[in-house]
Design a protein around this ligand. Sequence first.
Ligand code: AMP
Ligand code: MG
Length: 400
Amino acid sequence: MPTYEEARSIILESVAPLGAERVETGRALGRTLAEDVVAPWPLPLCDNSAMDGYAVRADDCRGPARLRITGYLPAGGTASVGVGPGCAVKIMTGAPIPPGCDAVIPFEETSVADDHVVVKAQVTVRQHIRFRAEDVREGDLVLPEGTPLRPPEISMLASLGKAFVPVYRTVRVAVLSTGDELIELGEPPSPGMIVNSNSVAVAAAVRETGAESLLLGIARDDPESHAEKISEGLKADALVTTAGVSAGDRDLVREVLAQSGVVSRFWRVGIKPGGPTAFGTKDGVPVFSLPGNPVSALITFEVFVRPALLRMMGRKRVLRPPVKATLAGEVRKKPGKVHFLRVGIEVRGGEYIASSAGDQNTGILRTMVLADAIAVLPADKTVFAAGERVDVLLLGETLR
Ligand code: AMP
Ligand code: MG
């Protein structure tokens, strides 16, 4: 039985980016660059003003200065005419610096009388000028392949005139629930029946990674129903199944996956919850068999499926950023397995404080709802004192 880390390594070594496509830069948010981006021109493209004010020759402003205003340069204007000694040009932020000028004096540091400007403050050479190429030089490798595209990267691409951008393909993930006890969302449950929440929950988790979800519905607890749905699922880029993967006599998922040509890479992992998780591949298509319990399904998705999908979409760094939190109370566990503890997070004095989000029984979905994070408790340790710092996986972009 692999450890948590071994299982994750097996998964991450089994998946690779799917290929690239070109998309409009305005629609590339969240995607990952599939090629290096080199600057076709410098930024800024020319020396320009960083302030609204007057473009001057700093030499003219060594002492008290009174300069003749000989022109006006709005943003978007052309600096065709130079500025002679004793002269100034009124200039707006972003306008090109006219020839001869080497400083800009902000309006606030001047007064104007007739067609002259009186300089009230000290002027240093190069002040308030943004110089050509001070940000990016022509030919610079600005964004390497593998960069996740956030608003700043979108801004950089657009500034460099890239209307289209090569990104890795998104992953189409088939989602299959299994079990005779399941009814579809919308039907009223009778005792003994359970609403198929996993399909929509896993699909939501899929979309949260930026991948596309494809709902296959429910496979009933017979081999034919499983085989039919699984063969459909294997046409996607990845397949995620829930339930039917334990050791029950109607747990058919592994058997039918094997008959469908999926090569098993592991079954059972040293984690709790999520122990019965299985993973395999067929012709490069990863197949994640998650436990049926809704809490276990979401936690195993978080720790195994999410990193894999991100890697398939070109990400280099696929794990949640490492974060430590201080335990508010003592936690005890049995040795041998990594435990995932659902915790709420509070911020006190700039520190994360983690408290159990409730009953940690895997049947308690409510505790998952109340969790901001999952604390990862190492396999060998059994007692975690109040005040001890533990690794946590922060689940959302904000705390609840
Ligand atoms: P199994 O792994 O098939 O033994 O299922 C474990 C538990 O998860 C059982 O209580 C199931 O009823 C429940 N379960 C399985 N599939 C789903 C699903 N799609 N939605 C919600 N609960 C499920
Ligand atoms: Mg079942």
